[in-house]
Design a protein around this ligand. Structure first.
Ligand SMILES: [Zn+2]
Length: 349
């Protein structure tokens, strides 16, 4: 749909800083971010003209209230660390009026944000639902990633934003229902794998016998977010796998973690009895038992790095893990080798 007519200027992001198209998703959400700085819309948008930034936004609103287009609404900007969210969302970076503390924004930026949201809702036919979960049509970066964005001030204003925008839309306005995500996979899904899949930067052939794998880990927003078979098959993206709905996830809707916790709680007995009962309930015994072992083993997936170091380093550079000791603590809590990740970050920078 191009850009909003409210734009003061268009400063397009580098073409390798966003995804062309929206992978079949319809626009039905808005995700406001804060810039963690005091900038004009143009200054923020220019940052996303740097290819190595690996980030962008559909719009950047400056401290002066100027609205600047950065990624055409037809395309998915890389803003919220979530493919599913950003494929459905118009993302908006909003300048702060001062740095630190509650990370406030100016009245000019606030009013511009309201006007832009009203314009987007009118054109796409939805209203703002803020329920504090990713299911609403007004979502936050920190729902998807370990970040402070959109900052305490803007976050506290989101219910008010939804109320003001919806009242501007008027009583004659009938919003379309928010469509449920139509793609995406979850941990425990057994998926079919295309004959060739892309892992990190190289294209590899599968082991001949392998036509399916189990998703054992997901990093949303990563280039290749799905880890298969604890790294034995590597990291892949959505285009490389089809299906999903393993026996574990299709029966009763329990996630692998929930079933594993039930096993640990003793609900499925032990040994062969456990195996028989899990299988009778429709679960993939090996996948469940593997998850049980991971949980009981302190959450370590394996002794060798089974994640894509470049993806993690990019997330560190993007600020997802904070700085200094906090970064170390968060990386280690997430199961990453801090020294290896930090080394890669330093190389990239
Ligand atoms: Zn953000």
């Amino acid at each position: 749909m191009g850009y909003s007519s409210l734009c003061r200027s268009i400063v397009p992001a580098a073409s390798d800083n966003y995804t062309h198209g929206r992978l079949g998703y319809k626009v039905c959400k808005i995700t406001p971010h804060h810039m963690s700085g005091v900038l004009t819309g143009e200054q923020c948008a220019r940052l996303f003209q740097n290819s190595s930034r690996d980030a962008s936004a559909n719009y950047c609103i400056g401290n002066d209230g100027g609205i600047v287009g950065n990624v055409d609404e037809n395309n998915r900007a890389w803003t919220s660390s979530s493919r599913t969210n950003d494929c459905q969302a118009i993302t908006i970076e909003v300048s702060n009026s001062s740095t630190g503390g509650n990370w406030p924004i100016s009245d000019a930026a606030w009013n511009a944000l309201i006007n832009l949201c009203v314009d987007i809702c009118r054109r796409y036919g939805f209203s703002l639902v803020y329920d504090g979960t990713p299911n609403g049509s007004l979502t936050r970066h920190n729902m998807f990633s370990n970040t402070d964005c959109p900052g305490p001030y803007l976050q506290s204003k989101l219910p008010e934003l939804a109320n003001i925008v919806n009242s501007r839309l008027g009583s004659g306005y009938t919003p379309a229902p928010i469509p449920a995500p139509s793609t995406g996979h979850k941990v425990g899904d057994v998926v079919s794998i295309n004959g060739v899949y892309t892992a990190s930067n190289s294209t590899k052939k599968l082991k001949p016998a392998k036509t399916s794998g189990t998703i054992t880990r997901i990093i949303s927003g990563a280039l290749n977010p799905y880890l298969l078979d604890n790294g034995n098959l590597g990291w892949v993206n959505n285009g490389c796998i089809t299906g999903g709905g393993s026996s574990a996830s299709s029966s009763g809707g329990s996630s692998l973690d929930a079933v594993a916790q039930a096993v640990i709680a003793g609900n499925y007995g032990n040994g062969d009895d456990r195996k028989r009962r899990l299988q009778a309930a429709g679960y993939d015994y090996n996948a469940v038992q593997q998850r049980v072992n991971q949980i009981l083993g302190g959450g370590r997936v394996s002794s060798t790095p089974s994640y894509n170091l470049d993806d993690v380093a990019r997330r560190v550079i993007r600020g997802d893990f904070g700085n200094g000791e906090e970064r170390k603590r968060r990386l280690q809590a997430a199961g990453y080798d801090y020294n290896a990740v930090q080394k890669r970050v330093n190389q990239m920078l």
